[in-house]
Structures are given as structure tokens and as C-alpha cells.
Unconditional design. Structure first.
Length: 329
């Protein structure tokens, strides 16, 4: 059965590379490869470029001339939405948690560079963001603009479809795509929902393991399951997804979202020093810490074929981040 044709624009440089990492593989005792979605090309890369191809595709089809989205001050999703808007000639409004800061670094610096209009919520409470975005929608519409709301993390069926297509890309670009495991950072559920949908739709034996960077596992599992089913429906793709297809570990979050742990900093150093691969402190270093622990504890058996899906996030390394926070806390 064919997937539905969905509106899409070209934003990312695809396919991304599938890199073998022999030195890390030897050290960990598994056959590890890395899918380099940190190099999707749009404004320093990351997983959101894939989702935005479909989200902006839909926005343009609806005649939008502005994008509105939300996230943390160092949101990669917001930075890439700003870049997508710039590339497509759209205005961009970002509703960011927290307060303005005198010195812009990392993603926040890039948001400004990309010409986005940043609206600070003035509070760290994410539950205030929907009302603020709605007010912005109304304000812009009253001024004659046609804004399109991009959901948090791009994690709607429209965005998550991109990771079904990413599995199709993996099949097309790998001589042996039957990995035993895919391990990746899971935040707002869209990447994992799309990957699981893709694996099930294309009938791969691969187990997708999401390492939570913030949410408790039961919540994230439920969100991934719901979004996975909705995404398959949106794509017109049939596949059965069962509870045990949704694997989430929340043991590697540490003290919270964006706060490095000793294990995440150790993982960041390991990938850099063995393979010259830079991870980010908020997402991929925690996912890598999970991967390393799951291998060392035997949950992922020795000699397994493992794909670490590098989802990007590197600009956050250049924001005021204390990589050794976990040692002091
Ligand atoms: C670098 C990076 N990795 C992983 C994720 C998680 O993706 P998702 O929100 O689709 O779970 C994000 C989300 O912002 C991200 O920026």
C-alpha cells in the first residue's frame, strides 16, 4: 500500500549520512552506526528540518504568510522554524518561555539572526504558551496576516510523518537496514512516533528506543502511541502498533530538562573523543548516556546492530551551559 501524497517543501539536505563508528563500536561491544540528522543542513541542522518540510508544506498550501511556534529559550525547534520561515519568505513569531536576556547565545542568537520576532512569555510555565500563541494568531489575523501555528516541537501527525519518510530513506540508503535497535532522544513524542510508525509500516524488525529528555516514561509512552496511530492515519499508511512497540526510558533525564548529568557529559566526551562527533547537552548527550548504559547493562545485548539517531541540537552547546552541573548537584 502506498502512503498518501502530502504537501511538502524542500528544507533539508537529504538523505543524511549513515556513518559507521568503528572505534565507538569496539569500545561498546556493539555494531554501532550513527544517522547524522545533526547535518540536515538547515541553519545548523537537526531533526526538526524534516518535520518542517511537511508543516511548512501544509502552511503554504493553506496560504499562510507567517509561522508561530513555541519552545524553550534554547529551542532547536524554534531556531529551525525561524530558518524555515526565512527560506520560504514567511514571517516568524516565536513564543519563548522565560525572560529576555541581555546577551543572546546559542539558538537564541540564531533566532534573532534569522529575523524571527521573539516574544518572551515572562514565565517558565509552558502551559501559558498556547493562550499567548492564540492571542498572537488573533492579533496578526486582525492586521491582515495569515499565520499558521506550528505545534510544540513540530509534533503533530503532519510533522511526525517526516520520520516515516526518514525510515524509507534509511531503507533506500543502507545495504542492510535491519538494525536491531534505533536509539534516539525523545522529547515531544513526534520523532519517536514517526520512527515507530515507519518501522512498523515498512515491516522492519527494529526496536525503537526513545530516551526521554524531560517527561516521565508513562506520559511519553502514551503520547508516542497516540501520535503514532494518528500519524499512520494521516499518512494513509496501515500498520498495527502494540503497546510493547513503544519503548521509553526516563532514567537518564537527571535533575531535569536541559540540565546535564555526569553520564551525559561523559557520553558527550566519548562521542567527541572517539569519533569526532559532537552531541548536544540537552538531547543527544542524554540519549547517548542511555545508549551506553543500556549496552553496558546488557539490555541491548553485545554485538547487536544499533543505530544511534543523532537528532542535532548542537547550537545549545554554545549557550551558557555548565557541562559539569551534574557533578555539583
Ligand atoms: C536536538 C533534538 N533532539 C531530539 C529532540 C526530540 O524530538 P521530539 O520533540 O520529536 O521528541 C529535539 C526536540 O526539540 C531536539 O531539538
Amino acid at each position: 500500500m502506498q502512503m498518501k501524497h502530502l504537501p511538502r517543501v524542500k528544507l533539508a539536505m537529504l538523505p543524511t549520512a549513515l556513518e559507521e563508528v568503528p572505534r565507538l563500536s569496539r569500545e561498546l561491544g556493539v555494531a554501532l552506526s550513527v544517522k547524522r540528522d545533526d547535518n540536515t543542513g538547515l541553519a545548523l541542522g537537526g531533526n526538526k528540518a524534516r518535520k518542517l518540510e511537511y508543516l511548512v508544506g501544509e502552511a503554504l498550501e493553506l496560504g499562510a504568510d507567517a509561522l508561530i511556534t513555541t519552545g524553550a529559550p534554547q529551542s532547536n525547534h524554534c531556531r529551525m522554524t525561524a530558518a524555515a520561515a526565512a527560506k520560504m519568505g514567511l514571517a516568524c513569531h516565536l513564543v519563548l518561555r522565560g525572560k529576555d536576556v541581555p546577551v543572546k547565545q546559542g539558538n537564541l542568537l540564531l533566532d534573532e539572526l534569522l529575523g524571527a520576532k521573539v516574544h518572551f512569555l515572562g514565565s517558565g510555565d509552558a502551559s501559558l504558551a498556547p493562550a499567548r500563541m492564540q492571542a498572537l494568531m488573533e492579533e496578526l489575523t486582525a492586521r491582515g496576516a495569515r499565520p499558521y501555528l506550528v505545534p510544540l516541537g513540530g509534533s503533530s501527525p503532519v510533522g511526525a510523518v517526516a520520520y516515516i519518510t526518514a525510515i524509507e530513506e534509511l531503507l533506500a540508503t543502507s545495504a542492510s537496514p535491519n538494525f536491531d535497535y534505533i536509539v534516539h532522544a525523545s522529547g515531544s513524542a513526534g520523532t519517536q512516533a514517526g520512527l515507530v510508525a515507519g518501522v512498523k509500516y515498512f515491516g522492519l524488525p527494529t526496536r525503537v528506543i526513545g530516551i526521554s529528555v524531560s517527561r516521565p516514561a508513562p506520559w511519553l509512552r502514551g503520547a508516542v502511541m497516540e501520535l503514532c496511530r494518528e500519524t499512520l492515519t494521516h499518512a494513509g499508511a496501515e500498520a498495527q502498533v502494540f503497546d510493547d512497540d513503544i519503548i521509553v526510558y526516563d532514567e537518564y533525564v537527571g535533575k531535569g530538562y536541559g540540565l546535564p548529568t555526569q553520564a551525559s557529559t561523559a557520553a558527550l566526551e566519548l562521542f567527541a573523543r572517539r569519533e569526532g562527533i559532537i552531541l548536544d547537552p540537552v538531547y543527544t548527550a542524554k540519549a547517548a548516556a542511555g545508549l551506553i548504559d543500556l549496552v553496558q547493562s546488557g539490555v541491548i545485548p553485545a554485538l547487536s546492530r544499533v543505530l544511534f539517531w543523532h537528532t542535532g541540537g548542537i547550537p545549545a552547546l554554545f549557550a551558557d551551559v555548565d557541562l559539569h552541573w551534574g557533578e555539583k548537584a
